[in-house]
Design a protein around this ligand. Structure first.
Ligand code: AMP
Length: 603
């Protein structure tokens, strides 16, 4: 069977190059835009998120359409940031590596202009540029755009946000009237609509998903906390997600710097990215982030524009953006190339209205999250550690020589004791840190009274809900969205009628409308997940539901969990020996360490 890119009309030399990059099948936007753009006869508007493969969607047709025997600029790609400019240039160079005499030059501020001028002079067919530096070079009359046939405006909404409208006008006035313009934008605010009208005639319009809609693979969550608890809540979320590789957005450079400094002091791998850093400093931070020496990148909107790093697991809105449109750009930094991701917003109760506005713009509901309790964090970390132990690759050859001595050292301990001690090594310090950790969630009542009436369905009238326990949780690989999807699939209950979902380590809670309780019980009579019987029960955690226990037997296991946690006695291991140090939650307590940074660095 032919390669699908060949079938779309891309030549072998290019297909060979992109195959090496791992492109086996076109992404949806590539599938739909390549045939249109290859005709070379249309203006084009593509509404698509970053991370959908749009660089190749316009890049591959460009490479097919240009004449590489000629050495003058035939295509101009304008984009908002230096990072994106370098990214696009690099991508185009990779796609065209088997094409003779194909030259792509990156033109951007903050780097030597003479190098860029030299490259232009040598001969180039594709110029990828940020508007400011491009205009500078045009003003110097150092480039001739009179034979440009294609102009790509990438991330057009970002360029307008950044105030490049006039620069774009001036640059385009240097290009021929009959060129074709291809515009890509993640969102379609009125300004982008206006420029598409201004620069294009009857463009072919392609919308991937709904207008302004974010990537479907992104789960949006919000957490309500008091302003003064924001940093502590943020750290809890991070601790609850030990594998996090995230971008944290702040509103100002100062906030960015402060958060990054506090995080470093507290032992996290974090650094700031903002406009007050020199280009060199920014490059250094980005290099560390790409290499994953940094786990958290704390950035302003402007500095983070165009960042293309795959596998970002979480975007955290430490502060909501001033402009709603920016929310889509922020969240688009995760869930790239078909992966999934989470976009978290930490807000105070006055900001709930903004969440509702964002929901309307992106056409997607947020899931309301509860800041994990100290216990939740400890449990998550513990099982993270247990999984690590389970999956560690043993170097049999190296360890073999030490085994007799190790066995000897443990001779007086039972297998259970050894396991307990290994688990406790790192777990103890988390317990220590979180032992008196307060609940950081804003109480429901306070929230409701300030909420201005408008209610998200999941937090609607709570007396209408019954809180169910389900014996699946994060250790089974379930996120809130997964639980929601799984539960609705099994029961046929609509996701819109589901209330709050709390995912714990080995279990979760899910609120269902009272009228759906029987349906749920019937649906889970004989359901298995990976060979384990899935159980649901009415939660006995009465203080969380207003209609607790109504006529149904309470859940013994759930009750143990909860009372165990509150009293600090029972612990998560139901069969623990309370007299034995290490058996229960309370028993791990020790002297609290002042130096949190030292504690945290261990992880
Ligand atoms: P972009 O939206 O162009 O920034 O692309 C996002 C990511 O998806 C980049 O890392 C690309 O290399 C990758 N990508 C683009 N097209 C494909 C494809 N057809 N198959 C696999 N990966 C792709």
């Amino acid at each position: 069977m032919n390669n699908p890119f060949i079938e779309l009309g891309i030549r072998h030399d290019i297909v060979n190059a992109i195959t090496e990059l791992g492109f086996e099948n076109p992404t949806p936007i590539q599938e739909q835009s390549i045939p249109v753009l290859l005709t070379g006869s249309n203006d084009f508007v593509g509404l698509a998120q970053t991370g959908t493969g749009k660089t190749a969607a316009f890049g591959l047709p460009l490479l097919e359409l240009l004449d590489f025997e000629e050495n003058y600029p035939q295509a101009l790609v304008l984009c908002p940031t230096r990072e994106l400019c370098l990214q696009i240039t690099n991508d185009l160079k990779n796609y065209s590596k088997n094409l003779k005499n194909a030259n792509v030059v990156a033109v951007y501020g903050g780097a030597s202009i003479s190098d860029q001028l030299r490259q232009i002079k040598r001969g180039v067919q594709i110029v990828v540029a940020t508007p400011g530096r491009m205009l500078d070079i045009l003003d110097r009359k150092a480039i001739d755009f009179s034979q440009v046939q294609y102009v790509v405006l990438d991330e057009a909404d970002e360029m307008l946000n950044m105030g490049f409208q006039e620069d774009i006008d001036s640059i385009l006035s240097n290009t021929p009237e009959d060129k074709k313009t291809w515009l890509f934008s993640a969102t379609m605010p009125a300004e982008v609509r206006r420029i598409s009208k201004k620069y294009m005639t009857d463009p072919y319009e392609l919308t991937m998903g709904t207008k302004n809609t974010g990537n479907a693979n992104i789960e949006h969550e919000y957490y309500i906390v008091r302003a003064r608890d924001k940093y502590a809540a943020f750290k809890r979320i991070v601790d609850f997600n030990p594998e996090i590789f995230g971008i944290v957005f702040c509103r100002t450079k100062i906030e960015t710097q402060e958060i990054a400094e506090s995080l470093v002091k507290d032992g996290y791998n974090a650094d700031a990215l903002h406009g007050d850093l020199s280009q060199q400093q920014r490059d250094k931070v980005m290099k560390r982030y790409r290499e994953r020496s940094l786990q958290l990148l704390i950035a302003t909107d402007v500095a983070a524009r165009g960042i293309d790093v795959n596998d970002v697991t979480h975007v955290i809105n430490y502060s909501l953006p001033d402009e709603i449109e920016n929310y889509t750009h922020r969240s688009g930094r995760t869930a790239r190339a078909g992966k999934s991701g989470v976009s978290i917003s930490i807000v105070n109760s006055k900001e709930i209205g903004k969440i509702r506005q964002i929901e309307r713009v992106i056409g997607k509901k947020f899931i309301k999250g509860e800041i994990p309790t100290g216990f939740d964090v400890c449990e998550k970390q513990l099982f993270g550690l247990i999984h690590k132990v389970h999956n560690v690759e043993v170097n049999e050859q190296q360890i073999e020589q030490y085994l007799p001595r190790i066995m000897d050292e443990f001779a007086d301990l039972s297998k259970e004791d050894v396991i307990k001690r290994f688990a406790s090594i790192e777990f103890n310090s988390f317990l220590e840190y979180y032992k008196n950790a307060p609940d950081l969630n804003v109480p429901e009542d306070t929230r409701a009274s300030r909420d201005g009436g408008e209610k998200f369905p999941r937090t609607g009238n709570r007396s209408d809900f019954t809180r169910l326990f389900i014996n699946l949780g994060s250790v089974d690989g379930f996120s809130r969205g997964d639980i929601l999807g799984y539960f609705c699939n099994q029961t046929g209950i609509s996701g819109r009628t589901i209330g709050k979902i709390d995912v714990k380590g080995v279990y979760s809670f899910i609120e269902v409308a009272n009228g759906d309780v029987d349906t749920a019980f019937n649906a889970f009579k004989s359901v298995e997940n990976h060979g384990r019987q899935v159980r649901i029960e009415i939660s006995a955690d009465g203080d969380r539901v207003s209609n607790r226990g109504e006529g149904r037997g309470s859940f013994a296991g759930g009750s143990n969990y909860r009372s165990g946690r509150r009293e600090g006695g029972g612990g998560f291991r139901g069969n623990s020996d309370r007299n034995n140090n290490g058996g229960g939650f309370r028993d791990f307590s020790g002297k609290r360490r002042e130096d949190r940074g030292e504690r945290r660095k261990k992880y």
